[in-house]
Design a protein. Structure first.
Length: 187
């Protein structure tokens, strides 16, 4: 059923590619009254409905693919477990056999030496405290950051588009986002 819908969708897409739409054929169409505006809004609504239908079909297809991907991953995980177990036994018998090759693939083992791992952010304060208390200050950085939200409350935009602080001083290096009018179409 899903395959049939995908074929239909593909045919519709091919039709759209091969034939110009009515809007393309009549490039001189203008909206000059309420009736033509209503017609254009109705066309947008119809187009959005068609797109929503296609997106729903695509979502079903994606859900199916996701389900198939999970089945494949589970199946592969099972076989990877069996291969790893087998290779561990082979490696125990012969520590020099770091890989097993067949015509369909290869199983390799890698042994790493223990290493020091950078701590997570939540444990950094204790490590920084340790470093400061044990004469490792040269490894501790102090980062200055501007509290933008509070600082912005002290700034004012003048009529000539300059930014001044609460003391009237012009603040350098501040970008200004120019306003403007935007239009939103809803159906």
């Amino acid at each position: 059923m899903l395959a049939n819908k995908l074929e239909q969708l593909d045919e519709q897409l091919q039709d759209k590619v091969n034939k110009p739409s009515k809007e393309e054929a009549n490039e001189h169409f203008k909206i000059d009254n309420l009736a033509s505006a209503d017609w254009a809004l109705r066309k947008i609504s119809i187009n959005n409905k068609e797109l929503k239908d296609k997106e729903e079909l695509f979502a079903q297809y994606e859900a199916w693919i996701k389900e198939e991907r999970l089945k494949t991953q589970d199946n592969n995980s099972y076989f990877e477990y069996l291969l790893t177990d087998y290779h561990a036994r082979v490696l125990a018998e012969n520590p020099k056999q770091k890989s097993i090759s067949t015509q369909n693939g290869k199983v390799q083992s890698t042994t790493r030496k223990p290493s020091i791992v950078k701590p997570e952010k939540d444990s950094l304060p204790q490590l920084i405290e340790y470093a400061e208390q044990n004469d490792f200050n040269k490894f501790v950085e102090v980062n200055k950051e501007l509290k933008w939200t509070e600082f912005k409350k002290e700034l004012t935009l003048t009529d000539d588009l300059k930014v001044v602080d609460s003391n009237g001083q012009v603040v350098p290096n501040i970008q200004i986002s120019e306003g403007g009018t935007t239009f939103k179409i809803t159906t």
